[in-house]
Design a protein around this ligand. Structure first.
Ligand code: FAD
Length: 398
């Protein structure tokens, strides 16, 4: 029945994984999403189901107990999950980014220490770049690690950690004194272990509580305060300081494909709701889908869903082929998140007054879509990345 957002050339294993996830989403996520979201309730049963399916280890290599699947498989899984409820994709996204950073940049000891337990969902990852005074301008990070007898002491405040309270391993980007001229060369990623929960969870490290958000509920987003927090030197990702910016940018590059996939998922759901409602609701003696103004909206929405999906798939495949995908991931994230906001808005309009009622799913999607315009870099930042890449490749000979 589903004609939109199909992907050509998938392997049998990819098809099988997607079919399993699609069934899980239809049976275990969509029927519960409204109640859990309105109650701002953590989807514990759904998360357990994802653990059982092995989704926490989807991209972790088989030698560490994962399924060893590609970024494309992951992105298509995320698209399905976000179609059910975006917050559930938020639970695995930061975990996936941290696993990717460990896989690509961790020392052999760090990989052995964390990846098997991450694949099992016992260790759950979050990542932290943003601070109260900066998000886009990552190189301006102020939280600082200084050398101490134990290794390093960290002081400062981080902001907007998705899964900050429900993770037990956070990759944190902080300033170290490398003496490098460029600010981004003075940044280091630390692997901070902590128990789940809120308050002063270990000496010198406080997770103050959940930030009350407009949407994206159920999943926790928190601050993280370091006050004389001691950490061993072997918790530096990759074992070498001054490489943190590069590590994090690699992480958010795959994260951007994932945000694009989430936007595709929400847009698909908004379209599904609109095309269904528009055939049921009647005005002036016929279904509203028979009014050309509404039929044309559906046509435009479907075209946007399709275009965003294809660009997301393209960016994922490029990364899987071993090439850098900064421009393509930026383009996919830009178009998918902007189209998602537009498609969701159109679906809302098609629902008339009922779209404003909390009984209808579109009300939730309307509050979720705006986050995708911001997370993993705003649209303005994507345009900066895209134009920089293009100017690099199309240098004028004049
Ligand atoms: C729900 C939620 C979850 C999040 N989860 C995480 C997380 O897990 N980990 C994490 O590290 N961060 C997380 N973030 C933070 C997120 O990445 C930042 O909010 C985002 O990067 C934007 O940064 P900012 O909020 O500081 O906005 P600012 O950087 O202050 O930007 C404000 C405005 O100015 C524009 N702007 C900024 N610089 C430029 C420029 N050079 N040119 C043109 N326009 C510009 C921006 O596009 C934006 O419109 C999360 C945010 C939210 C809302």
């Amino acid at each position: 029945m589903a004609r939109l957002a199909q992907t050509a050339g998938l392997t049998d294993i990819q098809e099988e994984i997607l079919a399993t996830v699609r069934t899980f989403v239809d049976k275990e996520i969509i029927p519960h999403a409204q109640t859990l979201e309105h109650g701002d309730t953590y989807p514990a049963d759904i998360v357990d189901g994802m653990k059982e399916m092995g989704l926490f280890g989807l991209t972790i290599p088989e030698e560490y107990g994962g399924l060893g699947e590609s970024l494309l498989t992951y992105a298509l899984v995320v698209e399905q999950i976000a179609r059910g409820w975006m917050s559930v994709s938020g639970v695995i996204n930061t975990h996936f980014i941290v696993a990717h950073m460990l896989k690509q940049h961790g020392t052999p000891e760090q990989k052995q220490k964390y990846l098997p337990r991450m694949a099992a969902g016992e260790v759950r990852g979050s990542f932290s770049m943003s601070e109260p005074e900066l998000g886009s301008d990552v190189a301006a990070i102020r939280t600082r690690a200084t050398k101490s007898d134990a290794g390093y002491t960290i002081n400062g405040q981080k902001m907007w950690l998705t899964n900050g309270g429900t993770s037990n391993l956070t990759a944190v980007l902080v300033k170290t004194d490398e003496g490098a001229e460029k600010p981004h060369q003075n940044l280091t990623t630390f692997l901070v272990e902590k128990p789940e929960g809120y308050g002063e969870v270990v000496p010198g490290l406080t997770i103050p509580g959940k930030i009350d958000k407009m949407g994206y509920k159920g999943v926790d987003t928190t601050e993280m305060v370091f006050d004389g927090f001691e950490i061993a030197a072997d918790q530096v990702l990759g074992g070498v300081t001054g490489q943190g910016f590069r590590h994090m940018m690699d992480g958010v590059e795959v994260g951007r494909v994932n945000v694009a996939a989430r936007a595709c998922g929400i847009a698909i759901r908004a379209f599904e709701l609109a095309i269904d409602y528009s055939q049921q609701r009647r005005t002036f003696g016929k279904a509203i889908a028979e009014h050309q103004a509404i039929a044309f909206k559906l046509a435009e929405m479907a075209t946007k869903v399709e275009a965003a999906h294809l660009m997301m798939v393209n960016a994922a495949r490029l990364k899987d082929s071993g090439q850098r995908n900064d421009v393509e991931a930026g383009m996919a994230k830009l178009i998918a998140s902007e189209y998602c906001a537009e498609v969701t808005q159109e679906s809302f309009r098609i629902h008339g007054g009922y779209g404003y009622s909390k009984e209808y799913e579109i009300e939730r999607l309307m509050r979720e879509a705006p986050f995708l315009l911001i997370g993993e870099g705003t649209s303005e930042i994507q345009k900066t990345i895209i134009s920089r890449g293009l100017l690099r490749d199309y240098q004028s000979r004049g």
